[in-house]
Design a protein around this ligand. Structure first.
Ligand code: IVH
Length: 661
């Protein structure tokens, strides 16, 4: 009896919830809803065995965690390349049509929030995670369960992954910031920060109070839903109960895309939530597959960004900073002003030409904005506000830190300090080496690095590993505890996987993603150091520019010496991620493989990772480009499609044999 009532209440509450939050068509009063919810809460406390993990009562929150577990995404959560104007969009269209002349596009609002992914098994929500670095995110399931627009149960029993944006409405953000101001707490700069801050709460009751919502915008394995277009996949998940933004449009041409953008450039101010642009996606899933992705973003989609908010303030001074490459940048010191949610007192002026072309002067009233929503820049002076006291800009000729003569190469816009012993360059390189995506040594911030450098304890990255307790203790602000934590952090960084070190070395054009690709491919630093130009050719993510830069780096005596020294200091120089038995030519090397059905000795994810380690490209859908389909038990539509296309089909045993297991 109680069991039936619990089931009945669950069904009703889920239905009312969807009507209220997703369909915007409530069919019962709030009072009635609260009454049923209360009844369910009471029944569940009386009969705990009847409480399901996806019961509507979990929306209230309650679970308090100690921290968030890491989860590796089955498919990376990529970000999007940006377009800022019509010409960027037309270029995108030309690139797409070169490969896929017949495509249509889906235009969607770019919601300002936080990307998350949701997993369903047997019709139940089982896990949700943040994007994290795109490869590994954090398990925030408990907080996501409190979001009313996320269905906890769906009428679809196969495994399903759905991705989208968690956001906070304008009204909720305003209310929250007002409360925070009253309590003297820092305000959230934008809905994105507010959503992220709320999802990072360990106490799900707090997250529940933040009134977050979610729009779903992608199904990573849409082929499995028997869809051939992105739009169909959105309609399908909408039917399953997910909240999909209805302001999307299928466009036949780039001109229609431009008209959509034009419309939303003004209409956006009437929306109850913030958007920061428009996302344009190729509609045909097969064409998406054909276009593929770079390490960072798919080639079949682009984000048009609305122009950033601009505000005026006074430029009080111009100072110069030196980066780790020796690049010298002029920076504006500003009368502090709030822009796009935060207080700004410095802004970049990029380089000499930038300032001169705009005739930006000290004491000018200037327009500033945040480029890419993060880095403040000076846009232009307000010439009409001048009173004659403004001082024209003068580029410096000597390095502000070491005094060496600055060099500006012909055809280049930037000035460089070429002194490799310049203290500013050294400190910046050291800071890069210890930064989060590199060796991630906690306790070594800019101030401490500068302090250690000035005290002549470190002058290159190897010196970090030679630091002794006795050297650190006499320094200012260095207590026993701090020193011991720092030395422990340094010691444990020695175990980092190869990609961290590779990124930390600061090889030109080798960002953290590229470092990971290189580490996974070559596995050891020796293999990478011995690689020839041809060896890089087979790695799809590595272009000629990166290859040449790596070859150049390892041709320099000083760099080889540094690697040797780090090796002697016992730094790990191998990739400790998923290993391949060998990266030599094997039958999967360079091949596109699709996995389907249930495997018995390992999960699809594990198989995929091992295949990738052998140099295969693992894809989620079968197309003419597929070389092998690995079919486990209960293979469905993919197997059928592969058979139709005449693709080689492997069973699990054959796959393992070919892998050399
Ligand atoms: S599609 C591979 N669609 O914008 C495609 N993204 O850098 C993944 N976003 O990380 C994204 N609204 O957080 C897509 N309608 C939309 C979106 C959207 C907001 C965010 C998302 C993503 C970022 C793009």
């Amino acid at each position: 009896m109680s069991r039936e009532r619990v089931e009945e209440l669950t069904k009703l509450l889920n239905q009312y919830n969807k009507e209220y939050y997703v369909l915007d068509k409530p069919s019962v009063s709030d009072k009635e809803y609260d009454r049923l919810m209360q009844e369910l809460i009471e029944l569940e406390s009386q009969f705990p065995e009847l409480k399901s993990v996806t019961s509507p009562t979990v929306r209230i929150g309650g679970a308090v965690l100690e921290g968030f577990n890491k989860v590796e995404h089955e498919k990376p959560m990529l970000s999007l390349a940006n377009a800022f104007n019509e010409s960027d969009l037309r270029d995108f269209d030309s690139r797409v049509r070169k490969v896929s002349p017949q495509v249509t596009y889906v235009c969607e609002l770019k919601i300002d929030g936080l990307a998350v992914t949701l997993h369903y098994r047997d019709g139940h929500f089982v896990q949700g995670a943040t994007r994290g670095d795109g490869v590994v995110g954090e398990d925030i399931s408990e907080n996501l369960k409190t979001i009313q627009t996320i269905p906890l149960q769906i009428p679809y029993t196969n495994p399903l992954e759905v991705r989208g944006e968690v956001y906070m409405s304008k009204a909720t953000l305003e209310k929250l910031n007002k409360q925070r101001a009253e309590k003297g707490e820092e305000l959230f700069a934008n809905p994105r920060n507010a959503a992220a801050g709320s999802l990072r709460q360990l106490d799900s009751k707090i997250a529940a109070k933040r009134e977050l919502a979610m729009f779903c915008y992608s199904v990573p394995s849409a082929f499995e839903l028997n869809c051939s277009t992105h739009e169909q996949s959105l309609q399908k998940i909408e039917e399953l109960g997910f909240n999909v933004n209805s302001n999307r449009e299928v466009c036949q041409s780039i001109d229609e895309v431009l008209a959509y953008i034009e419309k939303w450039s003004t209409a956006r101010f009437d929306l109850p939530y913030e958007i920061d642009g428009i996302v344009i996606k190729v509609n045909q899933l097969e064409e998406q597959e054909k276009l593929g992705s770079t390490v960072k973003s798919p080639r079949w989609a682009i984000a048009y960004k609305f122009p950033a908010e601009e505000v005026e303030t006074i430029l009080k001074d111009i100072i110069f900073t030196v980066g780790r490459t020796g690049m010298v940048t002029p920076n504006a010191v500003l009368e502090p002003v709030r822009v796009a949610g935060t207080r700004v007192s410095r802004a970049t002026l990029h380089n000499e030409d930038y300032v001169k072309e705009r005739d930006i002067r000290i004491f000018d009233r200037v327009v500033i904005r945040k480029a890419g929503e993060i880095i403040p820049e000076v846009v232009k002076p307000v010439v009409d506000s001048r009173n004659g006291e403004e001082v024209p800009f003068q580029m410096i000729e000597e390095c502000p830190r070491c005094g060496s003569h600055l060099v500006r190469e012909v055809g280049e816009a930037d000035h460089y300090c070429l002194n490799i012993d310049c203290p500013a360059r050294i400190v910046e390189s050291l800071c890069h080496f210890v930064s989060r995506d590199a060796m991630n040594i906690e306790g070594l911030g800019v101030k401490v690095v500068e302090q250690l450098y000035v005290n002549q304890l470190i002058s290159n990255v190897a010196d970090i590993y030679k630091l002794k307790k006795e050297q650190l203790l006499p320094l200012e602000r260095m207590g026993e505890k701090k020193v011991s934590n720092l030395l422990t952090a340094i010691e444990s960084s020695k175990q980092n996987s190869l990609e961290k070190l590779l990124f930390g070395l600061g090889i030109r054009h080798v960002g953290s993603k590229t470092a990971k690709v290189l580490a996974a491919h070559f596995e050891t630093i020796e293999a990478l150091m011995n690689a020839t130009f041809e060896d890089f050719k087979v790695i799809s993510e590595i272009g000629d520019v990166i290859a040449n830069s790596i070859l150049h780096y390892f041709s320099q005596e000083a760099n080889l010496h540094l690697i040797q020294e780090l090796k002697e200091l016992q730094l790990n120089m191998t990739y400790t991620g998923i290993k391949s038995s060998s990266t030599e030519m094997n039958e999967f090397f360079g091949k596109t493989v699709v996995l389907t059905g249930t495997l018995t000795t390992l999960s699809r994810k594990e198989a995929g990772e091992q295949l990738e380690a052998l140099g295969a490209k693992v894809s989620g859908s079968v197309s003419a480009k597929t070389d092998y389909l690995v079919a486990g038990e209960k293979s469905g539509s993919k197997l059928k499609k592969a058979q139709e296309l005449g693709i080689t089909i492997l069973d699990e045993e054959t796959m393992l044999k070919m892998m050399g297991r």
